[in-house]
Design a protein around this ligand. Structure first.
Ligand code: FAD
Length: 477
């Protein structure tokens, strides 16, 4: 009897424990992807995610058919479609790799019970994290809330060796399947995805190539360069990790291998691995506190006087705040579906602290526009920037967008690329055009308020206002 493999955020053939186990059972394997926009409620996938998913499914479908199987696509509520599908094919077993989102955990638990009750074998596997969230505990038997001890607890643990892709997978042919095109995951009109197409090749093979290139060319200097948006210094693996086109175990072992071949890469390699640790930590938080995406962690922050500031929010989303490093980041996001981590922190701080707009507005915009939009990393990171998270930046750390730009984009290449209106300014004024003398502006062809916005806030005043508001809520802490 066939085994149904339910693909979710594990869109790969190698190191896919559910798929490997299904093949080992010996019968036909029916690979299924289910587009379920109902269960996540208001957290249904955003636009950039849909674009990625389309291409990723195309790639997975091709890879499966090269092995002899047909990927079946169905749409609807998982708790209805999955049991119906299992019955339709007369499945003996249903296998999947685990997800941790607050909507996925109860859904999968309910499905497990229901399918088991109808006599099916059900098994779920660990495939998306270095360590399962419930296996990491403090000495007191509690979940961790601070990264450093969490990292110390997991960094020396064994990480299982990744599995090879099965040689052959057969099944699925002749079954009814939706056509991917009919799901309309790609933007229709206007077509805003040209920048995404230029920037990314979704799929398992592209993920492996990116990892190899990163380990060969960049990991050794990662620790020094990871904060520089003007340098291609990070791996760019986040969307592949989010969609499971590559597994953290594969990255872990490939990095260890690189490390054993060349110990000059040690600092960079461990710094890189600790970022995978942050990813696990974010999932640890989300698993133990499922309200992470929606509820301010620290209670006193619930009294923060967030402002209704639709104009400020709009200027931020569009990259028209008048602060070049902020605008550069927001435009990189819109154009490519990705933003450098340092700039994510800068734009986040600006939205929350300079505009005093609720962190959840930023989280929502990122959810819609990032190709790596991820419930755990996005929720945890926004709370970190706001200062209200479990392990968070101190509330009084308010990024200065001018000095951040000067420090982390010293060449100005990043800002000039994304904000060409100010590209002609000398370095000295690039991150603070309003301070440039008239003749410098004129020579650079910049007319503030016309060719490029005047700053929408005075950073010094905004900083004072935010600090005062933080002091007030601290008293209530
Ligand atoms: P690398 O530097 O090459 O790091 C390797 C991997 O480690 C990344 O691919 C990612 O999976 C993980 N990682 C790195 N930094 C972090 C971090 N701070 N937290 C958790 N995991 C991390 N990352 C997402 O994947 N999805 C999101 O939705 C997301 N939202 C964010 C929102 C804000 C406000 C901030 C400040 C950060 C957010 N991040 C998010 C974390 C981080 O910015 C990205 O993971 C990183 O920029 C991805 O680039 P990279 O793959 O080149 O990273």
């Amino acid at each position: 009897a066939p085994t149904l493999v339910w693909f979710r955020q594990d869109l790969r053939l190698s190191d896919n424990p559910a798929l490997t186990a299904a093949v080992a059972r010996g019968g036909p394997v029916v690979p299924l992807y289910l587009l379920d926009d109902e269960t996540p409620g208001s957290w249904a996938m955003g636009g950039a995610s849909r674009w990625w998913l389309h291409h990723s499914l195309q790639s997975l479908g091709d890879d499966l058919s090269a092995k002899g199987a047909t990927l079946i696509l169905r749409r609807g509520k998982a708790t209805e479609i999955l049991p119906a599908m299992a019955e339709e094919i007369g499945a003996a077993a249903v296998l999947w790799n685990r997800c941790y989102e607050p909507w996925a955990v109860p859904r999968d638990t309910a499905l497990k019970e229901r399918l088991k009750a109808s006599g099916l074998e059900i098994e779920s596997f660990s495939a998306s994290l270095l360590q399962e969230p419930w296996t990491v505990q403090t000495g007191a038997g509690k979940p961790y809330t601070v990264f450093s001890p969490f990292w110390r607890a997991i960094r020396d643990r064994d990480v299982p060796r990744p599995l090879a892709a099965p040689g052959e997978v057969t099944g699925g042919e002749g079954l009814a399947s939706d056509r991917l095109e009919d799901w309309q995951l790609l933007p229709q009109r206007p077509d805003w995805a040209s920048g995404l197409r230029e920037s990314w090749t979704p799929g398992e093979q592209a993920a492996q190539e990116r990892l190899t290139a990163f380990l060969e060319e960049r990991v050794a200097r990662y620790a020094d360069k990871r904060n520089r948006p003007d340098i291609d210094g990070t791996s760019g693996l986040s969307p592949y990790l989010h969609w499971g086109e590559i597994s953290p175990r594969q990255i872990w072992h490939a990095t260890q291998h690189r490390l054993s071949a060349d110990d000059t890469a040690g600092k960079g390699a461990w710094s890189f691995l600790s970022e995978l640790g942050w990813r696990d930590f974010s999932y640890h938080l989300l698993f133990h506190w499922p309200s992470l995406m929606e509820e301010t962690w620290k209670d006193n922050f619930k009294a923060f006087p967030w402002r209704e500031n639709p104009e400020g929010l709009r200027a931020w989303c569009r990259g028209r705040t008048g602060f070049p490093i902020v605008d550069a980041g927001m435009r990189q996001l819109w154009h490519t579906g990705w933003m450098h981590n340092r700039v994510r922190m800068i734009v986040g701080s600006f939205l929350i602290k300079d505009l005093m707009v609720h962190w959840q507005e930023g989280e929502r915009w990122f959810w819609d526009t990032l190709v790596d939009a991820d419930a755990a990393s996005n929720g945890a990171s926004w709370q970190w920037v706001a200062g209200c998270g479990a392990d968070a930046a101190p509330y009084f750390r308010i990024f200065n967008p001018m000095t951040q730009g000067e420090k982390f984009d010293p060449s100005g290449d990043y800002t000039r690329k994304w904000v060409p209106e100010v590209a002609g300014l000398p370095d000295r004024y690039l991150h603070r055009p309003w301070e440039a003398p008239d003749e410098v502006l004129a020579e650079a062809g910049v007319r503030l308020g016309e060719t490029y916005p005047k700053p929408i806030v005075d950073h010094g005043e905004a900083r004072q206002a935010a600090l005062a508001a933080f002091e007030n809520i601290k008293k209530g802490a």
